[in-house]
Write a protein of this length. Structure first.
Length: 439
């Protein structure tokens, strides 16, 4: 556990956390940590597999390997995504947190602004083999531009369209959809007999914001102005969010019950043949763990409005991924750095990213044959050519929560049969904008 004096008290909200800077610890280089507890580390891992237990089975042998090499015992806790951000924010203010933790790469700038994370300057990167080991797209989501990264890339992912080959063939569909119009047309053919065209996690703000971001890019819109102010109610953003929610509300290719999904239930439904399509990040390992053969589904790029995926209005994924961060005031700074070096080593990158169907952000590991399969080719090509990073601004985590919750509310309306109109979408987004810090 890290040793730290509480930086703030009271309710833990994102806006409060952004004013807090962790303090305390020793005088070791890199920002105030110490080496008072050199034989132990606490690690919060994000839930990457089908269940928390799957993650423990993946990670425990690797952590035992690290202990055997270094003599440092790692206490592991796998934290569900629904709890992870709040747990981290609480840790930055309460002083009760881990030494090392996984963070969603989109949170990097927000958590960086708290001052609680170890900055990865040139000296710290040198301790793990150098910054040049990592691919540029992954480094682009590690913190605010012009500042030392707040975290190190661990797993890289992009969204892809997974489709059930047997269900497509039965519906007379010969190829995966390349545009949203094609996806809707195919989805309607597939939505029958208690089965649905597409799955979604309508009650998961993080999933919602990822898709809303991509749709907004395709409508030529951003959620922030050039000077960093929230801009959630412009025509492009409103049209983007409405188009996404309309997949349930108007097009009726997403089951109304998906409005309550927040724990990867749509992945389970796809594995069971309840949904014919799924928009997901690196789902293969999850599907395999649920008994779905890799021959049963295909993987294609996420659709665009027209044409082919690329930059600008043809973006079809956010730059997805998991970063590894160190609390600046850890009481095992040397051990934490050794752990990051271990987890991002070429050998471990191959093991871990294979287990999670993700792409290594480490150049040497990414070149391995295991990551050059036809399935991975879609993910790699998307990351290289048609994915964009979510805004790396200090208010990013508030943005995810506020807009993601607005989309959640709109899905709830759709599931209940309440109309989802341009006006109602704009009203929800306006409420979300009012929750953002004033500039």
């Amino acid at each position: 556990m890290r040793r730290v004096r509480a930086a703030a008290v009271g309710a833990v909200t994102v806006s409060l956390v952004l004013t807090a800077a962790a303090c305390g610890g020793g005088s070791s280089s890199g920002g105030g940590g110490s080496n008072d507890s050199p034989k132990t580390l606490t690690y919060w891992a994000s839930n990457q597999g089908a269940t928390v237990e799957v993650d423990k089975k993946v990670l425990r042998p690797e952590l035992d390997k690290f202990e055997k090499r270094t003599g440092i015992k790692v206490k592991l806790e796998v934290v569900p995504w629904s709890d992870l951000l709040n747990r981290i924010l609480t840790a930055t203010t309460s002083g009760q947190g881990p030494d090392v933790l996984n963070i969603g790469n989109t949170w990097s700038a927000s958590l960086q602004a708290t001052g609680a994370l170890l900055p990865w300057d040139a000296k710290n990167f040198a301790r793990i083999g150098g910054k040049g080991r990592f691919v540029d797209s992954a480094l682009g989501s590690t913190g605010a531009q012009g500042q030392d990264p707040a975290a190190v890339p661990l797993y890289s992912m992009s969204y892809a369209l997974y489709y059930n080959k047997k269900m497509f063939a039965a519906a007379g569909i010969s190829k995966p959809p390349a545009t949203w119009a094609e996806l809707i047309a195919d989805g309607k053919k597939l939505s029958k007999d208690g089965k649905w065209g597409l799955g979604a996690e309508g009650s998961n703000p993080s999933e919602n914001i990822h898709h809303a971001f991509v749709f907004a890019k395709q409508h030529g819109a951003d959620f922030f102005t050039a000077d960093g102010k929230a801009d959630f109610t412009g025509d492009g953003v409103v049209s983007a969010v409405k188009q996404y929610v309309d997949l349930m509300a108007k097009d009726r290719i997403i089951a109304p019950g998906n409005a309550e999904y927040a724990q990867n239930q749509s992945v389970s439904d796809f594995a069971k043949g309840k949904n014919a399509m799924l928009l997901w990040q690196g789902a293969s390992a999850n599907l395999t763990s649920q008994g779905m053969s890799q021959d049963a589904y295909g993987i294609a790029p996420v659709p665009v409005q027209s044409g082919t995926p690329g930059t600008g209005t043809s973006v079809n994924s956010m730059v997805a991924g998991i970063n590894l961060a160190v609390f600046k005031n850890t009481d095992n700074l040397d051990g934490a750095t050794k752990f990051v070096k271990f987890m991002t080593s070429d050998a471990e990158q191959k093991i871990l990213n294979t287990a999670y169907s993700s792409i290594p952000p480490v150049r040497a590991a990414q070149s391995e044959a295991a990551f050059n399969t036809p399935a991975n080719a879609v993910l790699k090509e998307t990351l290289a050519a048609s994915a964009a990073a979510l805004p790396q601004v200090a208010d990013e985590s508030q943005f995810e929560t506020a807009v993601g919750t607005a989309v959640k509310n709109l899905f709830a309306d759709a599931a209940a049969g309440r109309p989802v109109t341009t006006a109602s979408v704009k009203a929800e987004l306006d409420k979300a904008q009012q929750q953002m810090p004033k500039k």
